[in-house]
Design a protein around this ligand. Structure first.
Ligand code: CA
Length: 578
């Protein structure tokens, strides 16, 4: 038995409440090491009965198995230990270590499920379908507010391009968004800024006049709400724009400016090439970094967060460069935002392992770039096979508690990456698989505007082309695929909020499969990323609620009894045939 590989902690992603009297515990062990893991548990105050439960192996990544079990005790006070069996040796594991005989005490303890610690991301955000819009490029609804010298809509964009997209354009194309089955609209920044991306903000309190005004903003949010769509704005609080009033004051008055401490400026005179002040990334002089340790800066930015909820009734914030702003700022941000709107969503932009930010005191969710990397490596560029892909997804899954996984913004491209279709060499079959996987997998799938009609583009700025609205140039078949998948998420809620288990990860065949299930429903998804037809037996192990007599594909209506036949580069979404 590999004791060195075993890990548990009685908090965080290894022990968290999933109900007022139910605790989920997770144990990590060496992959393939154990035959059976049992958790023995009781009230943490002695005298009550002792219970035991066999733990389920819920995931496997490259190195480890993960076992989990839900423990229910009326008192909501837990003491527990694990009993490990590898077929040869049986030992106990508790907080102090490993024991051949049942130890007297010093179990792991989860002292009490306090009601306020029962935290989850907002229910509406779990499994929600998100649509990301880059407003300058989505639709030009009002030519009168265009910037000077707009270029033709279909010209390939440069870093400086202006095309005239605006809020009115989004409003006019709301039907497209509704038809796609979108639950949440996420807009990249819309406040006054000289750039087309508007991540260098001049005035956080005003809609960029090229996009519209406060009334347009209110009208858009209201129209979305009427259609049952929530709206998330982009909060750029790590840095401001060069034209931001406080930075301009510093430029004008130097150290005498009352805003000097809002920034980290080495000396006067202030220079831009290279900048002698802290900026976003490396020396981007147009984006001076804001000092959130300064109480005035904090108050200013928190005021911005509150203002747009009050004025426009937005439903959440996506936080730009979230991991370069201090944790305490985000804790305060959360308190202020949630006080105003308890079910507001807070999503951080973090491209890497981000579990520290989604413990309940800061964010509800993060943009799931590790998911993107795995999907691009497997389906987009064939860098890995299905086995490795499954391990990479499992690793991400085990980094978070389940409710967070359901709210993660799963994506395979964005305004900051090449579009998936371009990455995949224009292979539409691959895009269909990536979309099919993302829209059935655990999480909150985020569709980047235009992917659904087959738009292409290399990395920024090429991935920010003008949306294709000419139906003859849209891939309508692809759009139908997205719509069918989104529709399925609505009719079968298990795809939104159900559990998610890998059921197949065959590297040689290059087929990945998973099951979404809850108490009532179960759906198996199989993805064949190979040029060969694959026949997958409908085995018992695919079906946590029991193997159905026969199954049908919910998208193609093909029916199967013993074996599912997967065409080259195709997928199946199957459930019991009723
Ligand atoms: Ca316009």
């Amino acid at each position: 038995m590999e004791k060195q590989a075993m890990y548990h902690q009685a908090y965080g992603k290894y022990a968290y409440p999933v109900g007022p009297d139910t605790l989920r515990v997770v144990l990590r062990t060496k992959k393939g090491d154990l035959q059976r893991v049992t958790v023995v548990y009781q009230d943490r105050y002695p005298g009550g009965p002792e219970y035991s439960k066999v733990m389920e192996r819920s995931a496997q990544d490259e190195m480890f198995d993960y076992y989990q079990a839900d423990l229910t005790l009326e008192t909501a006070r837990f003491a527990y230990m694990f009993w490990l069996d590898d077929g040869i040796e049986q030992i106990f594991m508790n907080e102090k270590g490993f024991f051949a005989d049942p130890p007297e005490n010093t179990e792991f303890q989860y002292p009490y499920i306090a009601p306020r610690d029962l935290w989850e991301p907002p229910a509406w955000s779990q499994g929600a379908l998100v649509y990301q819009i880059f407003p300058e490029r989505f639709a030009n609804g009002d030519p009168n507010n265009d910037p000077a010298d707009v270029e033709p809509w279909d010209a390939l964009p440069t870093r400086e391009s202006m095309k005239g997209g605006d809020l009115q354009g989004i409003l006019e194309h709301l039907d497209h968004i509704v038809d796609l089955g979108v639950d949440v609209l996420y807009l990249t920044p819309i406040f006054v800024s000289p750039s087309n991306h508007k991540y260098n903000i001049t005035d956080y309190y005003t809609v960029d006049p090229h996009f519209g005004d406060l009334d347009d903003c209110r009208a858009l949010v209201e129209a979305c709400h009427d259609k049952g769509i929530r709206v998330v704005f982009d909060a750029v609080f790590n840095h401001c724009g060069y034209e931001f009033f406080a930075f301009q004051d510093v430029l004008a008055h130097g150290r005498q400016s009352r805003y000097w401490d809002w920034f980290a400026i080495a000396d006067t005179p202030i220079t831009t090439d290279p900048p002698n002040y802290l900026t976003f990334a490396r020396d981007i002089w147009t984006m001076p970094k804001l000092m959130t340790q300064n109480p005035e800066v904090r108050e200013y930015l928190l005021g911005v967060a509150e203002y747009w909820i009050k004025e426009c009734d937005i439903d959440g914030w996506r936080l730009d460069v979230a991991n370069e702003v201090d944790h305490e700022f985000w804790r305060e941000f959360r308190r202020r935002v949630k006080t105003l709107k308890p079910d507001a969503l807070i999503v951080g932009e973090i491209w890497h392992e981000a579990s520290e930010w989604v413990q309940g005191d800061q964010f509800d969710s993060v943009m799931n770039y590790p998911f993107r990397d795995a999907v691009c490596d497997w389906l987009g560029e064939d860098k890995i096979r299905a086995g490795t892909f499954a391990q990479r997804l499992a690793k991400v899954q085990m980094n978070h508690r389940q409710a967070v996984n359901l709210a993660m913004y799963n994506l395979f491209d964005s305004h900051d990456t090449a579009r998936f279709l371009t990455l995949a060499g224009g292979d539409k079959a691959k895009l269909r698989l990536a979309a099919g996987l993302m829209l059935t997998y655990e999480g909150s799938p985020m569709v980047y505007y235009g992917d659904e009609v087959g738009m292409e583009g290399e990395n920024d700025p090429d991935c920010r082309r003008g949306m294709i609205w000419d139906k003859r140039r849209q891939d309508r078949e692809l759009l139908q695929w997205y719509q069918d998948l989104a529709n399925l998420r609505r009719t079968r809620p298990v795809l939104r909020t159900g559990n998610c288990r890998t059921v197949m990860a065959n590297g040689a065949a290059n087929v990945f499969g998973f099951c979404r299930y809850d108490d009532q429903d179960q759906i198996v998804v199989l993805v064949n990323n190979s040029a060969h037809e694959r026949q997958v037996p409908i085995t018992d192990s695919f079906w946590p609620l029991g193997r159905p007599q026969s199954v049908r594909d919910l998208l193609t209506q093909d029916a199967w009894t013993d074996v599912i036949r997967l065409q080259p580069f195709s997928m199946a979404v199957v459930a019991e045939r009723r």
